[in-house]
Design a protein around this ligand. Structure first.
Ligand code: NDP
Length: 478
């Protein structure tokens, strides 16, 4: 079956299509998806511009109703959408259900935000003058998303953009367009006027580039890798007018395990944070920083726990770890495993390509010990089921190592010491801190984002999303 782009009020076929391949079974084509062009982007931007005056002045209650209808449909179709998600991306059906549920929650949250957007008024310093501070939509927002959360990330960018009165041109990751297409279809049938939401599928180098350089785009929200993000930010400020830009990028998230940690809690946090969803999460715990006194017991228990993680087809209920998303990412994972070995870390388990009844990109979760924080596997984001254990003397050294990174998205600590938990929460250089929890796994109603090379611009999600999707106007009334 073929799926078209959405431009203005029409579903428009691309000049070509691209097959969406199931990473659990590379003989299965999930669907054929249109490949858009720079011309399609230009038409989509023009349609969005035309729709903006009416949409930006639409009644907040109307925007609320549309987003709520979309939320209800996503929730009602959880099983079908989760199966689609698991087929195109490779996360397990259980994880995919969670992600679809998350998308429904996000749509409902921002439906309510649409009617909650109030301003402030106060007296001027000049007698008889009133000051009014209000928020207005930005205009047309370009949305560019990665492949690892095919429905949740599009939802958490598109829902606030629409709720606050913006129009959208959306370019999903070319690897996983199915859930993106389904979400757009749902939102349009929920009642969006023509041109308010446009979808142009295709490669980032063409469709993405055309979007970030288009004159009619006022802002770009992006999630993906650091290199791509840096280029997008540069393109956004190079053009006239300059575009507002928000980047969510990678992580090299530390999980610090102290001698006084509850071993079960620490192992559960490490298993989940490092390996669930095949380690393909920007919040994955790829650096396990462990103090001397618990190090050997932790490594032994974690290795035992890893032996119980069944790697297999995403739709098999027994599977705990699905395949790697595609052949390119698998090659990247394997090259980092090789670098880890070459630089002197010890591979204690995993890191092997696995054969399963269906041909797919199966890799056993890999754990390195004897790693130092200067090794490539401890510095660069791998984005696969690969973690390294870094041994430290004590809490102070652990915190120093945790902060010695170019990233700053999420950080966790496992300890029963209130003193260390509190000190870590205050002093670790990350946007999100987890105490006795995995570094991955976040709520939709509170801010998401990081520091240093992980994020640039205002936070996503929760009410803080308005800082990106609106602009402030100060009125003086005499
Ligand atoms: P990429 O940076 O390769 O791609 C992200 C998106 O940008 C894709 O839609 C891609 O298109 C598009 N793109 C690529 N080149 C350009 C360009 N020149 N101009 C405009 N758009 C472009 O990342 P991945 O998709 O590989 O995703 C994995 C990365 O995302 C990881 O590094 C991960 O850490 C990060 N990530 C960060 C999260 C966060 O919130 N901090 C959450 C999830 C992932 P296409 O792929 O279709 O060619």
């Amino acid at each position: 079956m073929s799926f078209a782009n959405r431009i203005g009020d029409e579903w428009r076929a691309g000049a070509t299509t691209r097959p969406n391949i199931n990473p659990s079974d590379t003989t299965e084509v999930v669907g054929d998806y249109a490949q858009g062009s720079a011309l399609d982007v230009a038409d989509a931007v023009a349609a969005a511009r035309e729709a903006f005056p009416a949409w930006s002045r639409s009644a907040p209650m109307d925007r609320h109703a549309i987003l709520m209808r979309a939320s209800s449909e996503v929730a009602a179709r959880t099983e079908e959408l989760a199966t689609l998600l698991a087929r195109e991306e490779g996360k397990t059906l259980a994880d995919a259900r969670g992600e679809v549920g998350r998308a429904a929650q996000i749509l409902a949250f921002f439906a309510a935000e649409a009617v909650r957007l109030m301003g402030e008024t106060g007296p001027s310093i000049r007698p008889g003058v009133t000051v009014e501070v209000t928020r207005e939509p930005l205009g047309v927002v370009g949305v560019i998303t990665p492949w690892n959360f095919p429905i949740a990330i599009p939802a958490w960018k598109i829902a606030p953009a629409l709720a606050y009165g913006n129009c959208v041109v959306f370019k999903p990751a070319d690897l996983v367009p199915a859930c993106a297409w389904a979400l757009v279809d749902i939102l349009i049938r929920a009642g969006l006027p023509p041109g308010v939401l446009n979808l142009v599928m295709g490669p980032g180098s063409q469709v993405g580039q055309a979007l970030v350089t288009a004159r009619g785009v006022d802002a770009v929200t992006f999630t993906g890798s650091v290199g791509t993000g840096r280029g997008i930010a540069a393109a956004c400020v190079a053009g006239t007018p300059m575009k507002k830009v928000q980047l969510e990028m990678g992580g090299k998230n530390p999980l610090l395990v102290l001698d006084d940690a509850d071993l079960d809690v620490a192992v559960r946090a490490a298993l989940d944070g490092a390996f669930f969803q095949t380690g393909q999460r920007c919040t994955a715990s790829s650096r396990l920083i462990v103090t001397d006194g618990i190090h050997d017991r932790f490594v032994a228990a974690l290795t035992e726990g890893m032996a119980g993680l069944i790697v297999g087809h995403a739709l098999d209920p027994a599977t705990r770890i699905g395949p790697v998303a595609d052949a390119g990412q698998l090659a990247t994972d394997l090259s980092y495993i090789e670098k880890g070995r070459a630089e002197g870390a010890r591979l204690v388990t995993g890191g092997e390509i696995l054969n399963r009844p269906t041909p797919g990109h199966y890799l056993s979760p890999a754990l390195f010990t004897d790693a130092s924080n200067t090794m490539t596997i401890a510095r660069e984001e791998i984005f696969g089921p690969v973690a390294c254990v870094i041994r430290v003397r004590d809490y102070d050294e652990g915190l120093t190592v945790a902060n010695d990174t170019d990233f700053g998205l999420s950080a966790g600590i496992c300890t029963t010491s209130l003193k260390h938990a509190t000190h870590f929460r205050r002093n670790v250089e990350a946007g999100m801190v987890m105490i006795n929890l995995p570094t991955a796994g976040v709520d939709p109603h509170v801010p998401f984002g990081g520091r240093k090379g992980s994020s640039y611009g205002p936070r996503e999600q929760g009410s803080h999303a308005r800082d990106f999707y609106t602009t402030v106007k100060t009125g003086y009334i005499g």
